[in-house]
Structure formats: structure tokens, C-alpha cells
Design a protein around this ligand. Sequence first.
Ligand code: GDD
Ligand code: MG
Length: 385
Amino acid sequence: MSTSHRTPTQAIILVGGEGTRLRPVTSRVPKPVAPVVERPFVAYILDDLARHGVERAIFSTGFLAAAIEAQIGDGAGYGLQVDYAVETEPLGTAGAVANCAEMLDDGSFFVCNGDVLSDVDLTALAALHAGKGAMGTVFLTPVDDPRRYGLVELRDDSSVASFVEKPGEWQGVALINAGVYVLEHEVLEMIPRGRLFSIERGVFPRLAQAGSLYGYVDRGYWRDIGTPESYLQAHFDILERTVDTAVADLLGEEYLYVAPSADIHARARVVPPCYIGEHARVEAGARVGPLAVLGAGSVVAEGATILESVIQAGVDIGAYAQVERSVVVRESSIGAGTQLHSAVIGEGCHVGAGNRLVGGICVYPDTTLPDNSIQFHEQLRGKEG
Ligand code: GDD
Ligand code: MG
């Protein structure tokens, strides 16, 4: 069989979930198009699909569908055609796949969860699928704690012995459903139309029992971006080129991208790995990086430091502010001398000067904190001692 027969040229991307655990990053923007190094997250999925010859992706959307379509459009910017199947109510992962049935051509297709960053070899996944004559083949990755995933037990011949979604109890490393798979068209017949149905609970266990579900183990890069911590880590991985993405070409061997229109003061320091967007400004004595993204039009004022953090577009960081392991969502401002450590500041917030926000604190959009209004207790105790 030739490669063109083996590798599907169509894909469904599931993007109907609400992404609540990633708030306030996703309070105003759906998770699939949350900016990751200044690109909508699903752009990375589209890159991987296009690289492996996929010509058409159907977004199965529900929650905030219009916002996704507004950013991705017809896919022209990503090297493939993008269409949309919009649910009026959530149909679950299988219902969402079946909702695309009329738009699919005959033959096999890829399905991708919309919140997974990887550079999995889709061609190899499809080759295993075709070689086994499988009805479905799932990309599997090992994780330390499989309890929030789909747990898969694999036989030596790569057939799936069992598939258990969100197992209550399990200890130790195990293979899980990485959220990318190939299905044959016939699988659509197993899914009831127009009602809530889960592929992980209603389809995969049945296919496994019938001996027609296979697993493709890839020990390469894999991460789901479901929480602020993993969202931040995904940025670090892209900046460090641990995962192979289009951004790597911009960063090059220096692990550094500074947009041509950015304005970096001669006495500022930019430490790679680092990405600085268009029209961003870094003033005298400020330091940005390592592991920092500075979004378009953002300003880092005199003496401020940005370390291991994501500053989205249009953010103002005041003089001598310190931002570490934090996310500042677009159009916010951080006052002079304020310290952020492991904080997530939502869109349009104004954090006044002289505050100290630490320890995983999340500030929801449009919040204004006056100057000197929040101090972290332990810090005060530390100073007194
Ligand atoms: N259109 C549509 N409609 N999409 C949906 C719906 C729905 O009703 N429900 C979920 N999705 C989308 C989500 O947006 C996400 O991209 C994908 O389907 C998976 O849903 P999640 O809610 O993110 O599931 P999960 O992370 O708990 O578990 C899934 O992913 C794991 C890997 O990250 C499962 O597939 C697990 O088996 C897997 O291990
Ligand atoms: Mg998920």
C-alpha cells in the first residue's frame, strides 16, 4: 500500500470543551485559540497535521465557536483547509465526531483533542493503523499518574487489551490515550446521533473488546495545556525547542527572537531563550528572560525583570516590577515595584504599585488592585524575623 493510501488527508479537531481549569487565561478566549508564543494554540496542531499531508481539518466546536472561527478562518494561513461543525449543545467527544460525519469523505480520518501539544509522527501512527487493519489506532504516551486520562493496556502485538477512562485507582507509570487517533469511517456507525456520547467510554472499550483497537506508542514530546502551570510549561518547551514547532525556526540556534519593530534599550538585557513580539519595548536596566515571552506592544519599564513568564500583548510592566513564573494576560498593567511569583493575572487587570502576589494566585479579568493593597504574609514575617 502506498503512503498516500495509508495516511488520512482529513482530520477532526475537537474544540468544544470549556477549558475551565485554565482560567483566567481562558476567561475571555476559548482554550483552543489561547495565545501560545503569540499563536493561537491550535495552530501547532494544524502545523503537525499539514506536515503529515492532511489537507482538510474540521473543527468540531461548541463553546465560543465564533471566537475560534474568527481567529482560524478558512485555514489559509496554516497550509490546509479548515471547516466548522458547530454543536448547539455539547455532544461529548463521540457525538462531536459523529456531528462531522456528513462533512467527511469516505475512508479513515485523524481525530485530535484540541488541547494537546505534541510533535507525534502522524504518518507512523497511520502506517501502524493500516498495517494492522485496525478500526481505530490511538497515539499512546507514558505518564506518571494516569488517573485523569484514558488508561490503556497494550498487548505485545500492539492491540489494546483494555481502555479505561479516568481510572479511579492506579499507581505508577502507565500508557494513556494521548488524545490523537485514527478511525475508520465504519466507527461512525457505533455512535448514536444528536445526543451526548463519549468516545473514551462508549467506543474505545467496545473496539478493544472486539480486538480492533490498536495503540501506537510514541515516547516523544507530549503535553496537554489544561492548567496555567502546563500552559506556562508549554511556552518553556517551545522556547527551549524541546518540542519541534514552527517557532523553532524563528528562534534559531540562539534560542532568541526579537521582532524587528521591538525597541530594546542599549542598557536592557534580553536573555535567551526568549521571544519578544512586534513593537514591544524594554527600557533601560530591565531584564527579560531567560524563558520569557513578551507579547506585541508590551512595555517593560526601567529596571523591571521578567523571568520564566508569559506577558501577553499590550501589557505594561511598571518600573522595578519583578515577574517570575507568572502569566499576565493581554491589556493588563502591573504597577511599579510590584512582585508577581506564580501568579496569573487575567485580561484587563490593573495591579497597582507595591503589591506582592505569589503562590498560584489567580486574578480574574478587569480587576483593579490599588497601590500597596496586597502583601503576602510569609514575606512580611520573613522580613520581621
Ligand atoms: N465539540 C466538542 N463537544 N468537543 C468536546 C466536547 C463536546 O461535547 N467535550 C470535550 N470536547 C473536546 C475538548 O475541547 C478537548 O479538546 C477534547 O474534546 C477532550 O476533552 P477534555 O475535556 O480535554 O478531556 P480530558 O482532557 O479530560 O481527557 C481526554 O484527553 C486525555 C488526553 O489529554 C480523553 O481523551 C482522555 O482519554 C485522554 O487521556
Ligand atoms: Mg484535555
